[in-house]
Design a protein around this ligand. Structure first.
Ligand code: KIV
Ligand code: ZN
Length: 400
């Protein structure tokens, strides 16, 4: 089984998105948690962007000893120097240099030519390799680049000493088949450079970031760049928890594992939400509030008989305290009986029938029935059934 390295960019690409910026202390707290989670690389920031970011990267580099710490730099000497300065105290540093390779970016954004770009890649990767033990090169907008030129750029970076080659889908434009083909082509062209690690970096503009990352893994990528809760530029980056759990659940398909402690996923997601004040959507895969909640009666009944009927992930595996059977208007009697037992009430058939009718009527109005509501309902039903008329009515309901 191969290992896919997890390169977490929550503190860089994630932090760049509106509402998610973090101060030095907050970044440090999250970096400690990421190390606990077991990510292989923490991209701590973009040091040239601001003195604050440089200081935050430096603080993380000074404290995190087991996990590699990366700092981003454009292919410019002032950026690489800032990254090197920030990484000075790191036990395992990586300078991450990027330059766009699509004609669109070269012509309109950088106003440069292909041959100048190749020279810049060669010069800056070599410069960084002479000063740092590990260098990654990213061909920004790789998925919209001419494939032959992308291969030229990747080869230039490899020849200059880059150990990791990242082929980002910067604008979330590619599709799984297309992205896999890019990896196959670039890998084939660079077969003469042993030991290179190919990396995927996907944005979610078309909702394909995780699918594209998995396609890249199937095509030989052995590093994926992703973020907690999928935060990041625009529609976000590929979500770390979704990729990690997909690799775990579909192990026989991908034959690849990660070094993550999956049971720390939920607490890491929660910590990020607590720091940024932005919670995840309830239907977010793996870490959303509804990811392990079941409301439909048929599903609840199946789950109670065997969780595999409607769950492909065991909640505890990713650190979610427990699944919840939500009591709403779609719920069934079996789930209600079970919830009463958890609350300490063993119900007779007659009691359950009355409670069920009341709970469903209440759910129709209020969407959900809380444990407090249930306790009030069972007390009311028991009091009512204690009277001869109430008991007669309940027997009729239970028989229906
Ligand atoms: O999306 C992207 O291309 C990036 C690079 C800087 C790696 O974030
Ligand atoms: Zn990005």
């Amino acid at each position: 089984m191969d290992t896919v390295r997890i390169f977490d960019t929550t503190l860089r690409d994630g932090e760049q998105s509106p509402g998610f910026s973090m101060n030095r202390e907050e970044k440090l707290r999250l970096a400690r948690q990421l190390e606990e989670l077991g990510v292989d690389v923490i991209e701590a920031g973009f040091p040239v962007a601001s003195p604050g970011d440089l200081a935050a990267v430096r603080a993380i580099a000074g404290e995190i000893r087991g996990t590699r710490v990366a700092a981003l730099a454009r292919a410019k000497q002032q950026d690489v120097d800032a990254a090197l300065r920030a990484l000075e105290p790191a036990a395992k540093p990586r300078v991450h240099i990027f330059l766009a390779t699509s004609d669109l970016h070269l012509k309109h954004k950088l106003r440069t030519t292909r041959s100048e770009a190749l020279q810049q890649i060669s010069r800056m990767v070599r410069y960084a390799c002479e000063r740092c033990e590990e260098v990654e090169f990213s061909a920004e907008d790789a998925s919209r680049s001419d494939i032959e030129f992308l291969c030229d750029a990747a080869e230039t970076a490899a020849a200059a000493g880059a150990r990791v080659l990242n082929l980002p889908d910067t604008v979330g434009y590619t599709t799984p088949e297309e992205y896999a083909e890019i990896f196959r082509r670039v890998r084939a062209r660079l077969a003469k450079y042993p030991g290179l690690i190919f990396s995927a970096h996907c944005h979610n503009d078309l909702g394909l970031a995780v699918a594209n990352s998995l396609a890249a893994i199937a095509a030989g990528a052995r590093q994926v760049e992703c973020t907690i809760n999928g935060i990041g530029e625009r529609a976000g980056n590929a979500s770390l928890e979704e990729i990690a759990v997909a690799l775990h659940v579909r192990q026989s398909r991908y034959a690849a594992r990660t070094n993550l402690s999956l049971d720390k996923i939920y607490s890491t997601s929660r910590l990020l939400s607590a720091i940024t004040g932005i919670s995840v959507a309830p239907n977010k895969a793996v870490v959303g509030a509804n990811a392990f909640a079941h409301e439909a009666g048929i599903h609840q009944d199946g789950i109670l008989k065997n969780p595999l009927t409607y769950e492909i992930i065991v909640p505890e595996k990713v650190g979610v305290p427990a699944r919840t059977l939500v009591l709403g208007k779609h719920s069934g009697r079996n789930a209600l009986r079970c919830r009463f037992e958890e609350l300490g009430y063993r119900t007779t058939d007659a009691e359950l029938a009355d409670c069920y009718n009341i709970a469903i009527a209440q759910a129709d109005e209020a969407k959900h029935v809380s444990d407090r509501d249930l306790l009030a309902i069972i007390r009311r039903v028991r009091q009512n059934q204690a009277t001869p008329e109430g008991a007669a009515e309940s027997n009729v309901a239970a028989a229906r």
